[in-house]
Ligand binder design. Structure first.
Ligand code: NAD
Ligand code: TDX
Length: 336
């Protein structure tokens, strides 16, 4: 299979490429990535995989909104897995239209290309399209209504609608996966867990938005990759697959565990300005996907997993240090 992976130099894309290399080595991969602030050039160079280093992953630096480039690439591939997006809620509050342009129009450009060349398409989406839950609601299922809250999540929701419309109107062979919050190596230091780990590594306290009661459903990025692969290879045209690990924790619980790992008192944290429109809780019921694809997540965000991640960030300071100052500068400006 010749596979085009958009956003393959970002957090999940990098891990997905690594996963495919490990478990499906016969697949020939091309990455299309614009190398925005969210991509780190070194992500895919770690094992010398780039073709110019004798490896088997070709990396094309380019924009998913560049229709000519996208058509040229899609034409010579059998399938596309679409990760590329602006992905950070906080940034989407500052630059909403950039999110609309990349996440909605960019997905539209890709859909036009897979339509023209009859290429299989898998779209990577997020549980945030469903909006948030109360602490007592049952988790999201594929029947949950779309009710996104932020410019980011509404742009992702719009992209999902485009995919479904292209399936129905043009018979595009597409699937969608909707995943909960990911953790794992190579996640940008702007995101919750890497931010807290790197603050602690630099001797500063973690920073919690508001009360810290907000709940996220955490899944290891390798489980996400396995789920995307299962949907790509075994999914039914037009179907949506929910991916989650039944691993809900409040932000405060996650930070308390990190403070335990660092041997610091649980009170050693800062409560900072809350996120505007901050979603209270996300949670996924993955049982339909488990029954239909035979996929099942094995991760749970327990002490050992977080400790492993702390060791990874501790050993990769050269990777994240250059990103940290600019990121914290942006947070400082928002009082966070
Ligand atoms: P990320 O921000 O780490 O990576 C996004 C990648 O897309 C970057 O490499 C960036 O350079 C690239 N990109 C951005 N704009 C582009 C453009 N115009 N053209 C080409 N490339 C472009 O994001 P992530 O956390 O790895 O998320 C990947 C996908 O998974 C996104 O679609 C996101 O919505 C979805 N998702 C993420 C999570 C999560 O917890 N992180 C959960 C569910 C779904
Ligand atoms: O410093 C912080 N303090 C804090 O309390 C940061 C950065 C975040 N938070 C809170 C906000 C959320 O309740 O932690 C929680 C997680 O925040 P993010 O890492 O920004 O993730 P979230 O907004 O939940 O979205 C993530 O999961 C779904 C990804 O960024 C999205 O791309 C994905 O779609």
């Amino acid at each position: 299979m010749r596979l085009l992976v958009t956003g393959g130099a970002g957090f999940i894309g990098t891990n997905f490429v690594r996963w495919v290399r490990q478990f499906q080595p016969e697949v020939v991969i091309t990455v299309l990535d614009a190398y925005t602030y969210a991509a780190q050039g070194r992500n895919l160079e770690v094992d010398g995989w780039l073709t110019d280093q004798g490896g088997s992953v070709r990396v094309v630096r380019g924009d998913i909104r560049d229709a000519e480039l996208v058509h040229d690439l899609v034409r010579v591939h059998d399938a596309v897995v679409h990760f590329a997006a602006e992905s950070h809620n906080d940034l989407s509050l500052d630059r909403p239209l950039e999110f609309v342009d990349v996440n909605v129009r960019g997905t539209g450009v890709l859909l036009e290309a897979v339509r023209a060349h009859s290429v299989r398409f898998h779209h990577v989406s997020t549980d945030e399209v469903f909006g948030d839950l109360t602490l007592n609601d049952p988790p999201f299922t594929r029947l949950s209504p779309y009710r996104p809250s932020s410019p980011y999540s509404s742009s992702k929701a719009s992209a999902d609608h485009l995919v479904r419309a292209w399936v129905r109107s043009y018979g595009v062979n597409a699937t969608i996966s909707i995943c909960s919050n990911n953790y794992g190596p190579f996640q940008h230091v702007e995101k919750f867990i890497p931010r807290q780990i790197t603050e602690l590594l630099e001797g500063r306290p973690p920073r919690i938005y508001g009360s810290g009661r907000n709940v996220r459903d955490w899944i290891h990025v390798d489980d996400h990759s396995a789920g995307v692969w299962a949907a790509l290879t075994g999914g039914a045209m037009g179907q949506t697959y929910l991916l989650g690990a039944r691993s809900e924790f409040s932000n405060l619980e996650v930070v308390h565990t990190l403070l335990d790992i660092f041997g610091r008192p649980r009170t050693d944290l800062l409560q900072v300005a809350d996120r505007a429109g901050h979603d209270l809780r996300y949670a996924i019921d993955p049982s339909d996907t488990e029954g239909e694809l035979g996929w099942r997540a094995t991760s749970r965000l327990i002490y050992d997993e977080l400790e492993r991640l702390v060791h990874w960030y501790d050993s990769q300071q050269g990777w994240w240090m250059p990103l940290k100052q600019a990121t914290e500068g942006r947070y400082l400006a928002r009082g966070q």
